[in-house]
Design a protein around this ligand. Sequence first.
Ligand SMILES: Nc1ncnc2c1ncn2[C@@H]1O[C@H](COP(=O)(O)OP(=O)(O)OP(=O)(O)O)[C@@H](O)[C@H]1O
Ligand SMILES: [Mg+2]
Length: 267
Amino acid sequence: MNKQPVAADSPGSAAPGVATPEQVSTGSTCRVEARGVGKVYGSGPAAVTALQNVDLRIGAGELLVVLGPSGSGKTTLLNVIGGIETPTSGRVIVGGRDLTGLDTDALSEVRRTMVGFVFQFFNLIPTLTARENVALLAELTGDTRRDTVQQRVQQVLAEVELADRVDHFPGQLSGGQQQRVAIARALVKQPRLLLCDEPTGALDPPTGRTVLALLQHLAHGEGRAVVVVTHNQALTAAADRVVRMGSGRIVADQHNPHPVDASEVSW
Ligand SMILES: Nc1ncnc2c1ncn2[C@@H]1O[C@H](COP(=O)(O)OP(=O)(O)OP(=O)(O)O)[C@@H](O)[C@H]1O
Ligand SMILES: [Mg+2]
């Protein structure tokens, strides 16, 4: 795969062989769309421009990897497309719903029902066990039937290979295990859009491959839109598409016609 960064600030400027956002989503149901999105934190001399004129479409069944230097806007992009932050300009459309102008209740409903987040720093509740951390999210989605919730919680914890650690507190788990609890927590709601910030950052290569395989399956096998922010170049081999960010902009957007199986990724 050609991994050279290519200037592609506007859809028309991509180099030959590099898919534009328009081309990439052709033929698939568009799950998420960012149009001319900008995000400025603060105001006056202290203002920080975190995103500038970002155009991005993410199709169902697509595994998208986002790379870029620290401070380039990757987390901000995830937060904006997941409805955690409101863009300063532009629009975000998720599952056919335009998030622009939604009130806090409506935004919360979109996040609760459609979006799963795996945060950069896990955000597990230290006083709840792995099982309870995951169940909390399942219950928040409105499914309060205890047996159904417990069954699903057990199932997702098994999927991330933590069936034997369900009653451990975060402080009793390794960094990689906590990361997998965070992934299970995002999966338990069966979100159509899964947004992951450095989901393999704390993992050793075998565990990282396991998690990557899971993310690949969620996209290719289950038709979810999966976005993975990472500093790990190795993940690009397994992605359908690689977006590179620099100074709040998308500086390259490349389609990978032959993503390799996660098990074959050399870390
Ligand atoms: N809440 C905030 N208030 C002010 N500035 C912020 C806020 N969040 C992010 N920023 C700034 O926005 C820019 C983009 O930050 P962001 O967290 O999106 O970067 P990143 O690409 O995720 O970096 P990293 O790889 O270090 O996680 C940075 O300059 C950052 O300092
Ligand atoms: Mg970040």
